[in-house]
Design a protein around this ligand. Structure first.
Ligand code: NAD
Ligand code: KPL
Length: 306
């Protein structure tokens, strides 16, 4: 029998997944923040609109809040890293004994925090290079096709939910090395995102900061080795340069968060890397200095530094 997908967070990725799962005739429920948001959603027609190029298609998706009583067997957590633990905690009592929880958060730290809150659930970590943003409430633009890796650090067996993901046309792969993927992406984000904020530039602008990027990559590669992630360290600098070239015209996600006055995921990116460096007694002076410059910059803009 088909398992219902509950999607926690109707932002960019949550809406993108909700639309594609619904398009594949799967049963989907959005979990919204509170009754007020639910009222707004229902008044707008209870639909999520997916926009690709100049085509917009609305998909009817049922919604509810965390206080609903329906059991949750399959949960996609699509909140920001800093909201994930609390958001999942609100649902813990609804999770069935063999529930599966997919964590889409960028960076590291939030996944372990969530897993500790729901020890009986199977937590599947994901790392995605897809790009989406909300054009307005309940209208998501699929801005960049990408790939999503999924894996379970404590159980290499592929779960049945992959069939639904395949049926939904979501490019993905099950991997036994999800931690390597997450660490690699974290290092990439640490080398690019803070510098784009501090130099107020597009990713391509970092081509003029070659020395700083190279020094950071060398430190990050050492850190990955200290943290038992040598595979994630391989060729890091080359990949960072490749990504900078390939996304030269783009603004990084952290740049965009700061530009829009939104809280960043700094604690789960460079903050997490600095804490790991301290824990492993791995010298990372440039990374620490970058973190100090970044938190000072965020504070000067009135933004949270955690
Ligand atoms: P988003 O801010 O667009 O969406 C998050 C949603 O979660 C918001 O609508 C928010 O209201 C909701 N939310 C927060 N707490 C909640 C709660 N307790 N109950 C219900 N809803 C709650 O964020 P996003 O861009 O979709 O990013 C989600 C995660 O995916 C982040 O960690 C991000 O770094 C990662 N990611 C995003 C993209 C992208 O292109 N957007 C790509 C790769 C990875
Ligand atoms: O993932 C990214 C982001 O902007 O968050 C890239 C494009 C790789 C830059 O770090």
């Amino acid at each position: 029998m088909a398992v219902t997908w509950h999607i926690l967070g109707a932002g960019s990725l949550g809406s993108l997944w909700a639309a594609r799962l619904t398009r594949a005739d799967l049963s989907v429920r959005l979990i919204l923040r509170d009754e007020a948001r639910l009222d707004v959603y229902q008044a707008a027609g209870s639909c999520v609109t997916l926009i690709e190029g100049d085509v917009a298609q609305a998909y009817p998706v049922e919604a509810q809040t965390a206080t609903h009583r329906e059991p949750v067997e399959r949960l996609l957590v699509a909140c920001k890293a800093y909201d994930a633990e609390q958001a999942v905690a609100q649902l813990a009592s609804r999770l069935t004994p063999y529930a599966e929880v997919i964590l889409l958060q960028n960076g590291l730290g939030s996944q372990d925090a969530v897993a500790a809150r729901v020890p009986h659930a199977r937590c599947i970590f994901a790392s995605s290079t897809e790009g989406a943003f909300m054009e307005s409430d309940w209208r998501v633009r699929f801005a960049g096709h990408g790939f999503t890796w999924l894996g379970d650090v404590s159980n290499p067996a592929a779960p049945a939910l992959l069939q639904d993901i395949r049926a939904s046309g979501i490019a993905h792969e099950w991997t036994p090395d999800i931690l390597t993927r997450l660490w690699r992406k974290l290092a990439l984000n640490c080398a690019v995102n803070p510098l784009t904020v501090l130099h107020a530039c597009r990713n391509g602008g970092l081509l003029e900061q070659g020395c700083e990027v190279m020094t950071l990559c060398a430190e990050l590669a050492k850190l990955l080795e200290c943290c038992g992630q040598p595979a994630a360290a391989q060729g890091l600098h080359d990949e960072v340069l490749r990504v900078i070239h390939a996304t030269a015209a783009n603004y990084s996600s952290m740049y965009q968060d700061v530009a829009h006055g939104r809280r960043t995921e700094i604690s789960y990116l460079s903050g997490y890397a600095c804490a790991a460096a301290a824990r492993h007694h791995c010298p990372a002076p440039h990374l620490q200095q970058l973190q100090t410059r970044l938190t000072t910059h965020l504070a000067s803009k009135g933004l949270r530094t955690d």
